[in-house]
Design a protein around this ligand. Structure first.
Ligand code: NAD
Length: 475
């Protein structure tokens, strides 16, 4: 077994194989290819004890923390190939996308290494000064999903460390190898106990959320998990950041030439085989350009070869879990059963592993599950609309509120429509992230709080106001 595949947890600066281990499956084969430690609540207690004893010193030296973050970025760069390979094997995405994910994680560490901590000086009254400063929570718990096993860690870990916290990180049991590798690699830089990486299932996540010494919990995952964590943390009145599911709409206005936007629409829908919280998951196309939109997407779909992510030619890997595959296949079956048209890709699909044949779905009712729920697969429903009011009301008629996009040749109309959509980010003629400094997060059930940029750092800090009275001040 290659050394990187023997995954170990890191607690108090030491690595452990663990007494019990669970299988990790390669979704391209459907077979277990290695295992990871299954941590117990005792392991969590040890991690908390180490974190508690090492955190005060860590919090006392901002310069050392900045240097550590820069060194973490260098480690990510040096290990980009091995990390990307681990991601592709455990999660399935094409190797080029996995490399992009690692590079993105590196850029996040570089960005936070330079960022000032939140601070504000208020107008003084006389000689009295009022200053807002930030202080760490102490120990923070980071709970992450499988779809971006390194990216979702970086956006939490870098600001948490910069703020002066010690961290307990629990990645998804579906894709734990790359985050556990990171915990091991960062031992060379971070003092023992500052980053503890423990692996296990939802019960371990629950124990982290419940632990009274962990004052802050930041979770990326499904809406159900977010609700469960909110309930668990209520008793201890913890600070919680939640980055949850999305069902992003793209509204296409009749002034658009569909062939000009089909490439970008599908790129924003099918990166990571559609397993992206902020992927386009439903398209509303005006009835005048509806047929042309479906045809353009069907044509563009042929440019997406499907296969094992280690093959550099492929653009769509397997779905990461067998349950995602069976769920989307049931949704497609149900849509076909009520007369929707399922246009399958002509690209061949491997028989073993968790692959699905990509599909554009037309003539589907606006209220079918394939439109209303997160599919998390390379399947895109296209719904015709008659008026903009109707399209906006369909876009908003959901508990999801992560991101959206509006496509038009008139940017000022696009801007007006964008403001009517109830979500955390809206693109006009594009769906992806545009500025690395802008915050990311959802409205409604898609989340609480924000990640990235200064907002992401503020989530990892407590706020304290200092009033400094000068009793010599003349009245
Ligand atoms: P998930 O909710 O099943 O699991 C996420 C993490 O939470 C895992 O580590 C899991 O073990 C843990 N967990 C599960 N139940 C828990 C509980 N009761 N208490 C504490 N921890 C618990 O999500 P997933 O299937 O790994 O990831 C896919 C989901 O994540 C999708 O809904 C996707 O949209 C969402 N996601 C959101 C964002 C975002 O930024 N908004 C980014 C990526 C993924």
């Amino acid at each position: 077994m290659p050394k990187a595949l023997l995954s170990m947890v890191t607690i108090g600066g030491r690595t452990f194989e663990g007494n019990e281990r669970f299988d990790v499956t390669n979704p391209a084969t459907g077979e277990a290819f290695t295992s990871a430690p299954s941590c117990s609540e005792d392991d969590l207690e040890h991690a908390v004890a180490f974190a508690q004893s090492s955190q005060p010193k860590w919090a006392s030296n901002l310069k050392a923390r900045r240097e550590a973050l820069s060194s973490c970025a260098r480690i990510l760069f040096r290990n980009r190939q091995v990390l990307a390979s681990l991601i592709t094997h455990e999660q399935g995405k094409p190797i080029a996308e996995a490399l992009t994910e690692v590079d993105y994680a590196r850029s996040v560490f570089e960005q936070y290494a330079q960022m000032p901590l939140p601070r504000q000086d208020f107008d003084s009254q006389g000689q009295t000064r009022t200053v807002l400063i930030s202080r760490p929570f102490g120990i923070v718990g980071l709970i992450t999903p499988w779809n971006f096993p390194i990216g979702t860690v970086a956006v939490k870990l870098a600001p948490a460390l910069l703020a002066g916290n010690a961290v307990i990180l629990k990645p998804s049991p579906v894709a734990p190898l790359s985050p556990l590798f990171l915990g091991k690699a960062f031992r060379r830089i971070l003092p023992p106990g500052i980053l503890n990486t423990i692996s296990g299932d939802a019960a371990l996540g629950h124990a982290i959320a419940r632990h009274p010494k962990i004052r802050k919990v930041s979770v990326t995952g499904s809406i159900e998990t977010g609700k469960a964590v909110l309930k668990t943390t209520a008793d201890e009145i913890k600070s919680v950041t939640l980055e949850l599911g999305g069902n992003d709409p793209a509204i296409i206005l009749p002034d658009v030439e569909p062939r000009q936007i089909a490439k970008e629409i599908l790129e924003s829908a099918w990166r990571n085989a559609g397993q992206v919280c902020s992927a386009i998951k439903r398209v509303y196309a005006h009835k005048l350009i509806y047929e042309a939109t479906v045809d353009a997407l069907k044509e563009e779909m042929q440019n997406y070869p499907v296969g094992d992510g280690t093959d550099t030619e492929i653009r769509i890997g397997p779905l990461t879990t067998s349950s995602t595959k069976s769920r989307v296949e049931k949704m497609l079956e149900s849509a076909a059963g009520i007369g929707a048209k399922i246009h399958r890709s002509k690209q061949s699909v491997p028989e073993r592993g968790y692959f699905v044949s990509p599909a554009i779905v037309s003539e589907i009712p606006f209220n079918h599950a394939l439109v209303l729920e997160e599919q998390f697969a390379p399947v895109l429903p296209v719904v015709p609309y008659e008026t903009l009011e109707q399209a906006v009301s369909w876009a908003n008629a959901t508990n999801y509120g992560l991101s959206a996009s509006v496509w038009t040749s008139n940017p000022s109309i696009g801007y007006d429509v964008a403001k009517q959509i109830e979500c955390g980010r809206v693109g006009v003629n594009g769906h992806r992230r545009a500025s690395p400094d802008a915050p990311f997060g959802g409205l409604k059930h898609s989340g609480l709080g924000r990640e990235l940029g200064a907002w992401g750092l503020a989530e990892m800090c407590e706020t304290q106001v200092l009033n400094i009275f000068d009793h010599n001040d003349e009245k």
